[in-house]
Design a protein around this ligand. Structure first.
Ligand code: UDP
Length: 356
């Protein structure tokens, strides 16, 4: 019988990453039975269901239905639900992706039960140890058995931190696998009405540090309004940001096409047609680099420095946004291993480990 491997999906950004491994595991010969487990952190159609469909992922076989609450509540309840699921049905390996609370909770629950954990997107660091995502990354890397890093430099750093060489592998960027797989379908989708290819920029914002504090978010909304004087902008609004704007009494910036969270294929289409993107998303910085779309990152630091070194990304403040939109960075140079083969490399490593 093939070993069972659980792929843990918690929130939207997990899905394009897990999809890369899912599709690689579907290749012959089979090396394991993959099972998609959904913790429930993001759960509605716009943030989860539609993306599953676009990424050609099945409905999760196990749905724990845990969402909402504070960091501790979400983490604790997710750990309890994962523990109960894995006491019933013990997988040979649990795969978690990225840095969201649901991934950390699943990783902790698995390790405490003696189930090995593979961390996809291991070794990322922005250097801000107070950021919730950075706390999750560091904790997950510390407890994971397999560490799948996006590039050689990150893998070398993980080994330098004491992780055994057999456990660390530079696999490349799983997000880019999904992008390359789905780009042809995305390019066939229409752009939202009123936007023409090459004639607009995009904004996305959702990091707590940017949207949870009223003066910070007010300054960002004003900066986006200013930037829209230089270039028409489209802004697919994350539910967290929408809720904070409403709570703080902020109105959408003038001259900006406000959109709901988009389906994966529609968001790829929007990026493929844009001239520049301003974002605080981690995954979007990577996708922009892979597309050659100039990126302005509205954060003081990034855990994706390869996108900056490749020349396609620049860190900016709200005050710098409008000027940076007028003179954005260029296209990112190709980044080694961001080649659509990350899923295959993770599969190879899994096959080695499961075969031992
Ligand atoms: N994304 C999407 N629709 C949108 C905005 C983003 O499908 O309206 C996708 C995007 O292509 C990327 C992922 O969501 O694959 C990034 O997730 P997010 O920005 O929420 O999280 P982060 O990467 O910052 O953790």
């Amino acid at each position: 019988m093939l070993p069972v491997v659980h792929l843990v999906a918690a929130a939207r950004p997990n899905l394009p990453k897990l999809a890369a491994l899912w599709h690689a595991l579907a290749e012959a010969p089979p090396i394991c039975t993959p099972v998609l487990l959904h913790t429930g952190q993001h759960h509605d159609a716009a943030m989860f269901g539609d993306l599953l469909e676009d990424l050609e992922l099945p409905a999760p076989s196990i749905a724990l239905g845990i969402s909402g609450g504070t960091h501790a509540e979400l983490t604790g309840r997710t750990m309890m639900a994962c523990e109960a699921a894995w006491q019933r049905d013990r997988p040979a390996m649990v795969v978690v992706a990225g840095d969201v609370d649901g991934a950390l909770a699943a990783g902790l629950a698995a390790r405490k039960l003696g189930v090995p954990v593979a961390h996809m997107e291991a070794g990322l660091r922005c250097g801000d140890a107070d950021m919730p995502e950075e706390i999750n990354r560091r904790a997950l890397d510390a407890i994971s058995n397999l560490l799948w890093a996006p590039d050689e430099a990150t893998a070398a750093r993980m080994r330098g931190e004491g992780h055994g060489a057999a456990h660390v592998r530079a696999v490349g960027n799983a997000m880019v696998d999904s992008l390359l797989r789905h780009l042809p379908a995305a390019r066939a989708r229409p752009l939202p009405e009123g936007l023409s290819p090459g004639g607009y920029g995009i904004v996305t914002l959702h990091r707590p540090a940017n949207v949870d504090d009223a003066p910070t978010l007010r300054a960002l909304v004003a900066a986006v309004e200013d930037a829209a004087l230089a270039l028409p902008l489209a802004w697919p609004l994350h539910p967290r940001t929408r809720a904070r704007m409403e709570a703080f009494g902020l109105v959408p910036p003038r001259g900006v096409r406000m959109l709901p969270p988009l389906r994966y294929l529609d968001f790829l289409a929007l990026m493929a047609g844009a001239r520049v993107i301003a974002t605080d998303s981690g995954g979007v910085q990577e996708e922009a680099a892979a597309l050659g779309l100039p990126c302005l990152t509205l954060r003081p630091s990034t855990e994706r420095p390869a996108t900056i070194e490749a020349g396609g990304n620049r860190l900016v403040t709200a005050a710098q946004l409008a000027a940076a939109m007028r003179a954005p960075p260029g296209r990112a140079a190709p980044i080694p291993l961001w080649d659509g083969r990350a899923g295959a490399r993770m599969r190879d490593h899994l096959a080695e480990v499961l075969g031992e």
